[in-house]
Design a protein around this ligand. Structure first.
Ligand code: TPP
Ligand code: MG
Length: 280
């Protein structure tokens, strides 16, 4: 197998393994936000295993690329990726959502690798703008990545940040939208219509790409520095499926923060184990 193809298979396998870990921690804790965690998994794998400049043993390394999970509710995938990348011992995830644990239901800076507390939607892009301005002022060449939900775009503060990013020519800022077309109560287009989404961001002065958010090589391509336009912030609209990888959860808003019963957990594990077997 050529090196590129085998690397792609490895990343697909990694994503399937991360999905398997997500199912485990969500089932164990009877909490979490599984739908949006499964939709963003391939994006996080592309970022943390291929694209971002990071050193898990030195999470405060000044040259590191920064990542903000603005859709902070989808913490399950984020914890599993950070654990697998070695930011902290996987065993610590056993305490997820338990009284006194640092591993609470939204990102917080007590966890190595997490840059910013998030969860109140609509703030991540403003934080990213600040970090990108700081990078420019300090003459650093790190990039700042911000992952937002599509429902999150109903928050007006997102658009204020979008304007500021273009105004300050932040070409070191990359925003990604997990475009799964669902938010908490139903379809984004019914709750707060976003189309034409691409045109909206272009009109705000962004360099916009649209990709299949489950095709890891395409995500990596879109995130590559080669796609940068000098003086222009970049936006990737990643077309995804909420609940991706588990048939009965896919495209179903009730799995935004649904909790599996024992039978559903078994079915979910079987589907992901089968996927892992195919990729082995
Ligand atoms: C300011 C704010 N309002 C409401 C919520 C409650 N809430 C949590 S998740 C969610 C839906 C988010 O949908 P989306 O951004 O599309 O996320 P995804 O589909 O990726 O899970 C809402 C409304 C919140 N966390 N923050
Ligand atoms: Mg959504």
């Amino acid at each position: 197998m050529n090196k590129k193809i085998s690397q792609n298979v490895n990343l697909q396998k990694k994503a399937a393994q991360i999905r398997r870990d997500i199912v485990d921690i969500v089932y164990r804790t009877s909490a979490g936000h599984i739908g949006g965690s499964l939709s963003e998994t391939d994006i996080l794998v592309a970022l943390y295993y291929e694209v971002m400049k990071i050193d898990p043993k030195n999470p405060h390394w000044s040259e590191r690329d920064r990542f903000i999970l603005s859709k902070g509710h989808a913490i399950d995938a984020y914890y599993c990726v950070l654990a697998d990348r070695g930011f902290f011992d996987k065993e610590r995830l056993q305490t997820y959502s338990q009284f006194g644990s640092d591993f609470i239901g939204h990102p917080n800076r007590a966890i190595p690798g997490i840059e910013m507390n998030t969860g109140a939607l609509g703030h991540g892009l403003s934080i990213g703008v600040g970090m990108a301005i700081a990078g420019k002022m300090d003459n650093k060449d790190y990039r700042v990545f911000v992952l937002m939900g599509d429902g999150e775009l109903a928050e007006g503060s997102v658009w204020e940040a979008a304007m500021a990013a273009a105004n300050y020519k932040l070409d070191n800022l990359v925003a990604i939208i997990d475009r799964n077309r669902l938010q908490i109560t139903g379809k984004t287009e019914d709750v707060m219509a976003l189309t034409p989404l691409e045109d909206k961001w272009k009109s705000f002065g962004w360099n916009v790409s649209v990709v299949d958010g489950h095709d890891i090589p395409s995500i990596c391509n879109a995130l590559s520095k080669e796609n940068k336009i000098d003086g222009v912030p970049s936006l990737i609209i990643a077309e995804t499926i909420k609940g991706k990888g588990i048939s009965f959860m896919e495209n179903n808003a009730s799995w935004h923060h649904g909790v599996m019963n024992a039978d559903q957990y078994k079915m979910a594990c079987e589907e992901l184990d089968k996927m892992l077997e195919v990729l082995s």
